[in-house]
Design a protein around this ligand. Structure first.
Ligand code: AMP
Ligand code: MG
Length: 575
């Protein structure tokens, strides 16, 4: 078997047919609403009149979380070491006004929270969504967790600037945990101020929603509120302290528990509580696992190993680098959480590091699968106190299978990106690896190379006619391009049962035309910092249909060669 690293660089071997993550059955026009959630949307629209119009009718519940676990007995938002509990009660600190609702996700507000969009235009919503007023039924909590940061155990971390407001059970029966980020100090704030600035909040808002629309498992964002509260940040840690402004994102996940949630309990020898948290997570979120099953923790571990491999393969398939893959930022539900200095890779480069604070490149895009393995090893260490010797040995065997699961999944994803059907595993692995190597040599744009391969006709491919296809023009400058193209065309010709339009449609459904490139976010942020949120709104709208060509996006140059200044855009851990 290849090592994970070589798999990442030269992409893969072995696969079966691929169920596209984001099914777009027929999408004839550049209709913004024409994407994979159509069925859901129209189903929902039928009951749109039943949406909650008055916020007084909206409530959350903290009952389950509070009754299931011991809660910190000490009150108050002063920094302390907390033991023997999962949560501390913590009241958000109101942000200095005037407050402004900068962005809102209709999809989340209506589709998850059952709220009428009009309700978000009220002062009540502004106050709830910024922590200035509490939701009905809310007992805000800050979660105690730890984590391995950049390879080392960092001890107690916890929600230092986030407050869980409670759970909401929506009309579809889904349970979502609402959280504010940037809502003030908690017992876990360490030396932080409990705040988040506009730039990082815009990025989290946009990227969580964009990732959802790409079909990648992720936390969601309901709204973004900006304030006039001064927040001081040295963005690039070079002594250049600036005054920025505080913002709060209202974000949602089925659960915010992380690998670090278990690690802190294990590290502190709180084994009963570790068992309690595990039993809760399994009962609530791993419903196929029988709670009487003697191997339930092993089955849980095996599921997390599998899902984490899938998540990281999915990240790689859209060129997403998380930026800070610490164990406290790895969800037990294997969804993408805690958006910070992430980046979508532009020129294909396995050494792409989105975070300028990551000097050693620990979290470079090509290392993410290995880092996933590291984090799962740490999860296993955390579980050891509740596993028998035999189960520990079995868990190690499960972990050994991680590389193969990852490899299998990434091959499926890249095969779909190239429109390959059927099983010609070894040849397909070679074809994919060959392409990625050429992309690396020619610095071809990751997103647009695959997208233009989806849009190009068979005839254009045969004639190397790549007019106006800038990424393919770059790629075709490689000296081995014709060799690769011949292999690819031969492979496609063996897919006799389908026409070129079928191939193009299948490929377009998995190869986005638009991703949240850092320069795009940066441009929107510059305007947002001057209270112009039009570009945030534009990006939010466009990225909700990333697989569909849209006129406004084309006009904005979102599928064009990135501007020169894009290379100078830097993001850091400062947020
Ligand atoms: P992150 O890098 O955002 O995943 O955060 C790592 C840890 O630092 C978490 O425990 C956060 O809650 C905490 N943290 C980050 N920024 C702040 C801040 N401004 N104030 C308080 N805690 C923070
Ligand atoms: Mg975090």
């Amino acid at each position: 078997m290849c090592t994970i690293h070589s798999v990442l660089v030269f992409a893969v071997v072995a696969a079966t047919s691929f169920p596209p993550a984001h099914v777009l059955e027929s999408c004839p026009s550049a209709d913004h609403d024409c994407h994979g959630h159509d069925t859901f949307k129209s189903r929902w629209n039928m009951s749109a009149s039943n949406l909650i119009k008055d916020l007084d009718q909206f409530s959350v519940s903290c009952k389950k979380l509070i009754e299931s676990f011991p809660v910190d007995e000490v009150d108050g938002n002063f920094v302390r070491t907390v033991k023997n509990c999962i949560f501390s009660k913590s009241i958000p600190t109101p942000l200095k006004g005037p407050l402004r609702l900068a962005a809102v996700s209709k999809d989340v507000i209506e589709g998850i929270l059952d709220l009428d969009l009009a309700a978000t235009q009220s002062d009540d919503f502004l106050n709830y969504a910024s922590g200035n007023r509490l939701l009905q039924g809310s007992v805000p909590l800050a979660h105690r967790y730890g984590g391995h940061q950049f390879g080392y155990w960092a001890g107690q971390l916890g929600d230092g600037r986030a407050h869980s407001l409670g759970q909401y059970t929506n009309r579809k029966g889904e349970v979502w945990e609402l959280q504010l980020k940037g809502s003030g100090k908690t017992p876990y704030s360490r030396s932080g101020d409990g705040r988040a600035v506009i730039r990082s909040s815009v990025r989290e808002f946009l990227c969580s929603e964009a990732m959802f629309s790409l079909g990648v498992p992720t936390s969601r964002a309901a709204s973004l509120v900006v304030s006039e509260e001064p927040v001081f940040r040295d963005q690039f840690y070079n002594g250049n302290m600036k005054t920025e402004r505080g913002a709060v994102v209202l974000r949602l996940a089925k659960s915010w528990f992380r690998i670090g949630s278990l690690e802190i309990l294990s590290q502190s020898g709180e084994v009963d509580l570790l068992r309690k948290l595990l039993d809760f997570v399994i009962k609530e979120h791993f419903t196929s696992i029988d709670s009487d099953e003697p191997d339930k923790y092993l089955v849980f571990y095996s599921t997390v190993v599998n899902e984490t491999a899938h998540l990281i393969a999915h990240w790689m398939s859209v060129g997403f680098a998380h930026g800070v893959c610490n164990t406290d930022n790895f969800s037990l539900l294997s969804i993408t959480i805690d958006y910070g200095p992430f980046g979508f890779m532009e020129s294909y480069n396995p050494d792409f590091v989105p975070n300028t604070s990551d000097d050693a490149g620990r979290y470079r895009i090509g290392a993410q699968a290995d880092v996933g393995l590291f984090n799962l090893e740490k999860l296993l260490v955390a579980l050891n106190p509740v596993l028998s010797r035999k189960q520990q040995r079995e868990a190690k065997m499960i972990l050994k299978g991680y590389g193969e699961i990852y490899q299998f999944r990434i091959q499926q994803l890249f095969k779909a990106k190239l429109g390959l059907l059927g099983e010609e595993e070894e040849d397909d692995g070679y074809l994919i690896a060959f392409l990625l190597k050429m992309m690396e040599d020619t610095r071809s744009d990751f997103t647009m190379t695959f997208r233009q391969l989806s849009e190009v006709s068979d005839q254009q491919l045969h004639h190397w006619n790549f007019t106006q296809m800038w990424a393919l023009e770059d790629l075709s400058s490689h000296e081995l391009f014709s060799d690769w193209l011949n292999l690819y065309l031969l492979r496609l010709s063996r897919q006799q049962n389908e026409g070129e339009v079928d191939r193009q449609n299948r490929m377009k459904n998995v190869n986005p035309r638009y991703v949240l490139r850092n320069w795009m976010a940066e441009s929107a942020i510059r305007k947002a910092e001057n209270n112009d949120f039009s570009e945030v709104e534009l990006l939010h709208r466009i990225l909700s249909s990333p697989f569909v060509t849209q006129e406004t996006a084309e006009e904005a140059g979102y599928a064009a060669r990135p501007p020169q200044w894009a290379r100078r855009v830097k993001v850091s851990c400062s947020s």
